[in-house]
Design a protein around this ligand. Sequence first.
Ligand code: AMP
Length: 218
Amino acid sequence: MYVILLGAPGAGKGTQAVTVAKALGLAHVSSGDLFREAQAKGAELGLLAKSYMEKGQLVPDEVTVKMVLERLGAADCAKGAILDGFPRTLDQAKALDVALAARGQRIDKVAYIKVSTDELLSRLGGRWICRNCQAPYHVKNLPPKVAGKCDTCGGELYQRADDSMETAKKRLDVYFAQTAPLIDYYKKAGNLVELDGEGEIDSVGRALVEALQTGVRS
Ligand code: AMP
């Protein structure tokens, strides 16, 4: 089962992807995390991605598609995966369709998590991430039990450089220009489900798991 979580930066894709991956027993593949891991290792891919990420721009399709397809070829993705942050352009979506078709697979569902622009900006401004396990927190909506420490692994929390207000606005502009057209692309493909992403984190998660469990094409 291959599922795409679609939505703007700050819509809750990362948080919900963790819940859904656990509930459905699927791998969680986050393109942003893959770029951040490559950066942490000092790999060439990380250095290349950094210059785009810092400006709130998209990393070129060629590089991104290659990285994600390689990740999808790993053993833990054999039964499927939750794709978080990928695809972000029509060319990425088309390349993914072609690559999955070549493996006799396809995208089963695309969950579009809808959140208003005002709410997105407020969320991105208050976001903190665990440096160790990437779990996301929010000063207001999802504070950690102990300030500055991850509830799950005790790792140090930090604010991503690209979550500054200026870069957050740029990332939203990029989203509306380049990623939002994917909503129509998957609507036409007939596998899009829309969810209100402004409710409580747990209730959005439950609605999401339910939507993915029902009516998945076999
Ligand atoms: P995210 O963690 O998904 O918000 O991604 C952080 C940043 O990584 C984005 O702002 C982009 O610079 C880059 N990135 C992540 N996923 C993609 C993608 N599918 N295509 C291009 N750039 C991406």
